[in-house]
Every structure is written in C-alpha cells, then in structure tokens.
Design a protein around this ligand. Structure first.
Ligand code: AMP
Length: 359
C-alpha cells in the first residue's frame, strides 16, 4: 500500500457475524466507515455498519456495489468463496490475500503448505476411499481423526478412530457425506494453545502472547492468558506464526491453533485467516486489540504493540449462558461483550467476557 487509508475511507467486510461487528467497532474508532456484505439479513455486524449489503457471496452485482463503496476489502469468515475474494481483488486491495483464504479453506492444502514452510503438523493423508482410510489408520497404529477437507469448524465433520478394524471402517467414508476427506494421526497433546499474530503492509510482524484453550462440545469455551507453557514452547509458537505470515505475504490478523506435545514441542492444528475467538481477550488486556490490529494492518497503518498489561481469562457465552450477563456485570475487572443477537439458540455464540486476573 502506498499510503494509509485516510479517515473517512470505507473498509469492506465480507461476513457480518460477531467478528465483523467487532472489526466495525475498531474501524469506527480509527475514523473509518464500514460496508458489510452478508447473506443473512439479521447479521450482528449490520447493526453497526454504515452500509449493509444483504446478498449472497456470489452475487456479482452486490460485489460490484461493495467494490464501488470501499477503499479496501477484508473478511471475517474463512469460508467466503475464494472466487469472491479474487473478483473483488481485481478492483480493490483485498487483505488478507485471497491465496491465504484458499490455503486455509482446505485442510489438505493447508497442511501441505505448512510442511513446505518448515512448520510441523500431525501426520496426514488424503482419503477418497475405505482402502485409503484402512491404509492410513494402519500406518497411524489405528489412531486417527477423519475430517472433511473443507467447511469444517468447531469440531464439525470429524470422526475419531481408535482402531483400524474393518467393522469400524465399513461405511465411515460414505457417512462423511461423499466429500473429500483427510485422515490425521491422533495427536497425544497435553494442551491446546493458540496465538494471534499480525503482519502489516510494510512486512512488520507483531505477535500476541500465546493462550491456552479449553473446548466444550467442540466449541471454544475458555482462553487463559498466559498459557502454562515453557518459554521454549512459547517461542516455538511465535516462530511458527511469524513463519506462516511471511510465507503467505500476509496482511492482517491471523489465528493459529497448536497442539502442545509432552516434550514441549508444538504441531500446528489449523490456521484461521482472520481475527479469532481465542484473541477476544486482547480487547480487555492489551492496549491494542486484535480487532484494531487487523484494521491497522488492512488500512496500511503501523501495527500496534501486542504487550499484555494483565493476565486474564476469556469465556464464551454460548446459548443460555448469556443470561448470566447481569450477574457478570456486578464483577469488578470484568469486560463483557454481547453480540446483539436477539434469539438465544443452543450452541450459538451470544457474547463473551474477559475477567482480568492480575495487574
Ligand atoms: P479442528 O476443527 O481441527 O480444530 O478440531 C477440533 C478439535 O478436535 C481440536 O481442538 C482438538 O481438540 C481435536 N482434534 C482435532 N484434530 C486432532 C488430531 N489430529 N489429534 C487429536 N485431536 C484432534
């Protein structure tokens, strides 16, 4: 980017969920306008957008309108079609680059990219048949996770195997819906950590502190900062995140999820080319949140400092959990964030809070 976006310029965001909403808030604080495109009429981000385009991601006329309105385009959802990002990139800068989106959308492509960049992952192989699955499970001593290559999130589209017995394998490939699959070796991890990192348009890289994550029913429940890991493990996490950003010539914020092994080594589980749920704590415990950091990056502004002024624990409010909000607000040193979703549904992310645990 030759020069930063001027105040009053418009940032386009593909996707209008809570991540888009929090990006819109950060953009507003830096003096920018936002235009959001989302297929759902009741998108949380629409409430805060200067312009809301309620259209499908492949609606060429709507994308043309978005390009007309915006100075730069970003996305908050990694399953935005790559063709959409590429179409917009013909007219406007699109950050993170569409290649990053393409890499992250397919677990097989993602792992091949990571390994080529010198970053370790679980052993894996592509699965198109029960023979592939049987061979793969035998090579992983019977322990593996079968996943859809695309569109999986929050543990959806996955099946764990603990044996290569024919009875377990029979029907397993068809049951995944006839889509391309990947088998990963089952990793005997001791904990799961993630890190939020950013790369500016000048190539500067900034990495937040790694966090420790706990999942419930496949959905992130709690992120604790700092993670209880050794300095060597934290350094390996930071180096992997920086390596990924540089290898993708990335601009924007990325979330990288890791498995920590018994010997302190790490394997990358997956990358999210966007702001990430496990980075929500930054709005409460850092001067510059992941949302502002992303806006800074895509607007061509200098990246902000990633230092943490407090230890903290972030928890998601899923479904009925949101009813705790009035009680949570009684606590000192607790930052509550609700997403403005009118209907409570089981499994739906309604908000989160960050409890500051030290100063
Ligand atoms: P994912 O959708 O790939 O993030 O997977 C969801 C969760 O499943 C992860 O957070 C892990 O707890 C577990 N998981 C995924 N892949 C593996 C693996 N290869 N080995 C062990 N556990 C896994």
């Amino acid at each position: 980017m030759d020069k930063p976006l001027s105040p009053g310029a418009t940032i386009g965001i593909l996707g209008g969920g809570q991540l888009g909403r929090m990006l819109a808030m950060a953009a507003a604080r830096l003096g920018y306008r936002v235009a959001i495109l989302d297929p759902a009429a009741d998108s949380p981000a629409a409430q805060l957008a200067d312009t809301f385009i309620n259209a499908a991601y492949d609606d060429a006329a709507a994308l043309g309108r978005l390009a007309d309105l915006c100075d730069v385009v970003t996305y908050e959802f990694e399953n935005v079609p790559v063709a959409t990002a590429r179409l917009l990139a013909e007219r406007r800068l699109v950050f993170p680059p569409p290649e990053a989106l393409e890499t992250a959308q397919d677990r097989l492509t993602e792992k091949i990219f990571l390994n080529a960049a010198g970053i370790s992952t679980a052993a894996f192989l592509s699965v198109d048949s029960e023979d592939d699955l049987a061979r793969g499970l035998r090579s992983f001593s019977g322990n593996g996770v079968l996943k859809t290559r695309r569109m999986g999130y929050d543990g959806k589209g996955q099946r764990v195997f603990r044996s290569a017995a024919p009875a377990d394998i029979a029907g397993a490939v068809a049951a995944m819906g006839g889509v391309p699959l990947i088998l990963e070796a089952l990793v005997p991890f001791t904990k799961e950590v993630s890190v939020i990192a950013a790369r500016g348009s000048d190539g500067a890289v900034a990495v937040y502190d790694p966090v420790e994550n706990e999942h419930r029913n496949g959905i992130l429940h709690r992120s604790s900062v700092p993670a209880a890991i050794t300095p060597q493990t934290a350094q390996a996490v930071r180096e992997a995140a920086s390596g990924i950003l540089n290898a993708l010539s990335y601009v924007g914020v990325i979330g990288v999820e890791f498995f920590v092994l018994g010997d302190g080594g790490v394997l990358v589980n997956e990358i999210a080319p966007r702001v990430h749920n496990s980075g929500h704590w930054t709005e409460a415990a850092c001067a510059i949140s992941q949302f502002e950091q992303h806006v800074r990056a895509v607007a061509g502004l200098p990246l902000g400092a990633t230092g943490r002024h407090s230890d903290c624990v972030m928890e998601n409010l899923i479904g009925d959990d949101v009813l705790r909000a009035p009680d949570l607000l009684r606590e000192p040193d607790l930052v509550l964030h609700l997403y403005g979703k009118p209907d409570i549904r089981p499994g739906r992310k309604m908000g989160h809070f960050t409890r500051i645990t030290s100063r």
